[in-house]
Design a protein around this ligand. Structure first.
Ligand SMILES: Cc1ncc(COP(=O)(O)O)c(C=O)c1O
Length: 415
């Protein structure tokens, strides 16, 4: 993959911090955006800024952009019917809205299963239902040695009372990729729905809801090279059955019943730009693409190449961490298991708090996160919550081997 060419598509990657090139290893908290995204945002404000449903040109164009983006998101996640895709502010808000509506169908004694590996946005909304609807929330255990979910534990907790199994596609703290197909099958074996938080996986690889077999999937576009917009997809049957908290003036149809209030139109235009970036990748990289390949096929090719490149950076990072005996990595470290992770690493450095390490790296122009990054449950399980959590080094496909060398030197200086 020609990373230099890719980096040229992201204007902010040329930023400098304290007169050094900024190294963006904070991607799990939000990636930088592609030029196509910025162009779409600008274009929206310059030419199409209007509310929805008007009979005049700017409104019609604005609606057309939103529907084009809906179709592209459907292509991005392998959905046939774009009406099954709804926009919102972010994953958390959409998950809360889904949970509240789903709660209206639940009865005391019903059960929801989540896992101890989750971001809090895939836990608190379900705990909210425990309070409001008397639903019991169960947690799937995790294997602390490699931060994977324990499928035996899931199997044991499933019963005819289970209504929904909520699971992350990838951990935003440890980079673990969860076996969603297996989880969905297990959920369905007791008649429960499978709800997937794909926020952390979305910039890293191909999402195909048909292959995954899940029922609902949510993500936030700003984690995948776009603006602050959220997406929820759900099977028509599932979404139509929900009694959402929409206004009387909104039709009780999908996607309208999920899109409460005026949407972030410019953000949705930008989201379209970020998907156009992905689509442009195969040609940009000189990959052989059939001339009349569909958007969905181009997206598939792009995401597959990204996933392959990222495995090489994960491997290199693991080699760097292994060199430094004062660095502890939580999660999968076996280079033979790169398929089971994305390049997101939680580490700690002997004799330094996570915050001290992040602060030191910031002085060197390396942006990383420290703390729990809302992965409260797994941090607590690891006993790290009271100790300040861990440093999160999270890379995406625009990061380079040279940047990893800089991290290597920085870690060396923290001995
Ligand atoms: C795995 C995961 N799930 C959910 C969220 C919540 O996303 P948002 O803040 O966009 O609602 C995040 C954000 O960091 C995340 O990483």
């Amino acid at each position: 993959m020609n990373i230099q060419l890719i980096r040229e598509q992201f204007p902010s990657l040329s930023l400098r911090s304290s007169d050094r090139p900024t190294v963006f290893f904070d991607n799990a908290a939000g990636t930088q955006v592609a030029r196509q995204c910025i162009d779409r945002l600008n274009q929206y404000f310059l030419y199409f800024n209007a509310n929805s449903g008007g009979v005049f040109e700017t409104s019609r164009c604005s609606d057309e952009i939103i529907e084009t983006c809906r179709q592209r998101v459907a292509d991005f996640i392998g959905v046939k019917d774009p009406k099954e895709v709804a926009f919102g502010p972010n994953m958390t808000t959409l998950t809360q809205a889904f949970a509240r509506a789903f709660g209206r169908l639940c009865h005391p004694g019903d059960e929801i299963i989540t896992t101890s590996l989750e971001h809090e946005a895939n836990i608190s909304p379900w705990l909210g239902l425990a309070k409001e609807r008397g639903v019991k929330v169960r947690f799937v255990d995790i294997n602390l040695d490699d931060m994977t979910i324990n499928l035996d534990s899931l199997q044991k907790q499933l019963s005819t009372r289970t209504r929904l199994v909520a699971v992350g596609y990838a951990s935003n703290a440890f980079g673990t990729v969860n076996p969603i197909e297996k989880v969905a099958k297990l959920a369905h074996s007791v008649g429960a729905l499978c709800f997937v938080d794909a926020v952390h996986y979305s910039p890293h690889g191909l999402i195909d809801v048909t292959e995954l077999g899940c029922d609902v999937l949510v993500y936030s576009v700003y984690k995948a090279f776009g603006p602050h917009v959220g997406v929820i997809w759900g099977r028509r049957k599932t979404m139509e059955a929900l009694d959402t908290f929409h206004l009387r003036t909104v039709k009780n149809i999908i996607p309208d019943k999920f899109e409460v209030g005026t949407q972030n139109h410019e953000g949705i235009a930008g989201a379209l730009g970020s998907l156009e970036y992905f689509e442009s990748l195969p040609s940009l990289l000189g990959q052989e693409v059939v001339e009349n390949a569909t958007c969905a096929e181009r997206l598939r090719l792009a995401m597959t190449s990204i996933r392959e490149y990222e495995k090489t950076i994960s491997k290199k990072l693991l080699e760097v961490f292994a060199k430094h005996s004062h660095v502890k990595v939580y999660g999968i470290t076996n280079p033979a298991r790169l398929n089971e992770r994305v390049p997101t690493f939680a580490i700690n450095v002997n004799n330094h708090s996570a915050k001290e390490v992040a602060t030191k790296l910031a002085t060197l122009g390396i942006n990383v996160w420290s703390g729990n990054y809302y992965a409260l449950e797994p941090m607590t399980r690891l006993g790290l919550e009271e100790k300040g959590g861990a440093v999160r080094i999270s890379l995406v496909h625009y990061n380079t081997f040279e940047e990893i060398d800089l991290l290597d030197q920085a870690l060396g200086s923290l001995k």
